[in-house]
Design a protein around this ligand. Sequence first.
Ligand code: PRX
Length: 651
Amino acid sequence: MARPTSAAARGLRVLKPSADFQRQARLSGLAAYKRLHAESLRAPDTFWRRMAEEHVVWRKPFHEVLRWKPPHAKWFVGGSLNVAENCLDRHLGTNRENQAAIIFEGEPGDVRTLTYRQLHAEVCRAAHVLENLGVGKGDRVAIYLPMIPEAVVAMLACARLGAIHTVVFGGFSPDSLKDRINGCHAKLLITADGGWRRGKIVELKSAADKALEHTPSVQAVLVVKRTAQAVTMRSGRDIWWTEALAGAPNSHRAKAFGSEHPLFILYTSGSTGKPKGVLHTSAGYLLGAKLSSRYVFDLKDNDRYFCSADIGWITGHSYVVYGLMSNGATVFLYEGAPNQPGPDRFWEMIDRHGLTILYTAPTAIRAFMRWGDEHVLRHRLDSLRLLGSVGEPINPEAWHWYHRLVGKGRCPIVDTWWQTETGSIMITPLPGATPLKPGSATLPFFGVAPRVVDERGREVGPDQDGKLVITRPWPSMLRTLWGDDERYRRTYFGEYGEHPDWYFTGDGARRDKDGYFWIIGRIDDVLNISGHRIGTAEVESALVAHPAVAEAAAVGKPDDLKGQSLVVFVTLKQAAVATDELREQLRAHVAREIGALARPDQVRFAPALPKTRSGKIMRRILKDIAAGKPVVGDVTTMEDVTVIAALQDAC
Ligand code: PRX
């Protein structure tokens, strides 16, 4: 993707919030934002105390806002709460009680609505079932479900019991599911027979069965019936969700848990072959998700909010479940593909359900562009009032298309930068306050202190590339990596020896003269393909597990649609022959090992890989070669320079 350059340099307009939008916005005008942001940094204790008291329902008040012993933070010390109660019970007895919490549409077109009262009853029933299965405080529960209401119910039931959920995206392979279950020793797995995707069944139960052959910690499996094809149910272990819930009471007395009680683990890719189990805890995470949802999406009682991210990613956690439901919002949940049965599925649903906010990813926007304007133009889209983007830098062309075709020039776009680790949105416009520059995530959210620095930690000048760091703790930050605190320290707080309290994001960025942030993308060994994080090391270790492969290196190549595409360079063992068939086998092999999202776009056979004299693969060179660019920069450390020409010829 083209690197974003500053709006001024590209001669682009700055788009001020419209008077219409400002009139109704929760926060109007840049001055109001600046005042609050300045206060959040000048007097963080006062600011966060006020926010936490106003937005969180406490069972017991906290007595200390922050205890910060870098790199470990404890927020709202001494307080206790129940996160599910914060998302559900607080709305009972209010006029939200009978408002839709979830409007669900399955890919085949089935629609189901759950009010806050109904969702509460379901969660209570599920909590009883989990308790009867022996799940309690601190136990881990794996969730491997399609985008159906039961996924939300399962998450909130865990939260209600103080059990820690780990949601695994339904597109991950049995092996990936197995690794995640074993990584946290989950006691229970909640899955479904299958889910609908592009008119076909994604066979979740049979994938889970494969994983379960090697997961000794799992004692029981709850199975939601969604697609109704035949599945194997192992007696003594597998239980149908509906049958189990049928007899359970629809009220449940929730216990309170400490502010720092773990809420969930979410595995994400890092720069080694082993995914990282990002741990989020209760009060700080909830407050970050709630506050950002309210201000970034300018939430109002009559909004109908649609986030197209799967529940298996952090976006689904924070901006489908916790942030939205703690605000009592109506969330639209869609199970399937955006082009099923036709490329206008989103637009058709937006009109039919009167959806007001759409939060999606640049890769989806670029796909819509490619499918053709006519599919969008056929629909009114007059219910929409706000658009959002997340997951990767949005190129100005896609931004303008989204703004013009979908938002009809009327809807502000919030380009939100954040990460699994940050828990909630960090750099973002506030739609009634922030003038927009297409391609920039704009300014930091309350309490967020980002800086762009060089290798030695010195702040770089305007429009200079550097590394993005966050120089203060914030309530929804990750607390550690599950079972590997050392890796947590090293990865996030080990970058600058002189600043052991700086969080290193792994992203490159630039700040313009107005203080606007332009995110360039990952500068570590993590790729961002269609908005999904994939670790190069994970792909490489999958490849070298194949009997024909001697060595492998994975790199990203700029791609108009996906942001980056995945190119792998492979050297073969002596007995293996480079054929097209083997190439296909290797692509399928990676998809099987990790999941279809990691299927390489290109496999290039090479006689050798470029290495330093100490044997480290020179990824920078492979990136240039994959992109078809001449190899520039220093190659003096290279062991054998003739490798470059051989690689350029290889295909
Ligand atoms: O590189 C940044 C990119 O996505 C990474 C985080 O990925 P993940 O943890 O999977 O979370 C995705 C959803 C929050 C970041 O390090 N990224 C995310 N949002 C943006 C972005 N890059 C540019 N602009 C964004 N708005």
